[in-house]
Design a protein around this ligand. Structure first.
Ligand SMILES: [Zn+2]
Length: 60
């Protein structure tokens, strides 16, 4: 039985520093997979901030 976790990207033993990945590279790979579906949206239009103060600008 092994209680060592493995990198979900390449299957190597995970590194404590980059858990659950084995390296920053694998972390980046996984991250870009996530961001790939989010940050491809063009930002021509302003974000829809429905009553949410974007920058803590208090105006009573
Ligand atoms: Zn890896």
């Amino acid at each position: 039985m092994s209680d060592k976790k493995t990198c979900p990207v390449c299957g190597k033993p995970e590194a404590e520093k980059y858990t659950p990945f084995c390296s920053k590279r694998c972390a980046d790979v996984d991250l870009s997979r996530w961001l790939g579906g989010v940050y491809r949206i063009p930002t021509d239009e302003p974000p829809d901030v429905g009553g949410w103060p974007p920058d803590g600008e208090e105006d009573e």
